[in-house]
Design a protein around this ligand. Structure first.
Ligand code: SF4
Length: 113
């Protein structure tokens, strides 16, 4: 082991699952989770206070690498959420009385191309 003081190296695709890794690390496992692409539905829900309008992510990450931007390094490469996950989140918002949803994504292409 080259760096025994390091317990885990976790890339941006796994940040939302960090809570799952803590027990493993405490049990002595050493983790390297750095896949550049990993379909990972957010396990955390945004804090929403409006009650009327909400933002819903449709993709995570970005492939563009503009020189001034941290997103590709903090959120990883582009990964689309599944349509089912997006629809489920929006249906949940409708059930809560939300009237307006804005879809968020760095790059959104038309489907079916
Ligand atoms: S998130 Fe926007 S600004 Fe940042 S690298 Fe992607 S396209 Fe560029």
């Amino acid at each position: 082991v080259k760096y025994p003081e390091i317990d885990a190296v976790i890339g941006p695709q796994y940040v939302n699952r960090f809570g799952e890794f803590i027990p493993l690390i405490l049990d002595g496992y050493r983790l390297v989770m750095t896949d550049p692409s990993y379909q990972n539905e957010d396990s955390t829900l945004p804090i929403r206070k409006s009650g009327l309008s909400a933002f819903v992510n449709v993709i995570y990450g970005c492939n563009e690498r503009c020189t001034y931007c941290v997103v590709p390094n903090t959120r990883g490469v582009e990964q689309s959420r599944t349509i089912e996950a997006i629809v489920n989140e929006i249906e949940g918002l409708v059930d809560l009385g939300y009237k307006e949803v804005t879809l968020l994504g760095q790059n959104i292409d038309s489907w079916g191309r």
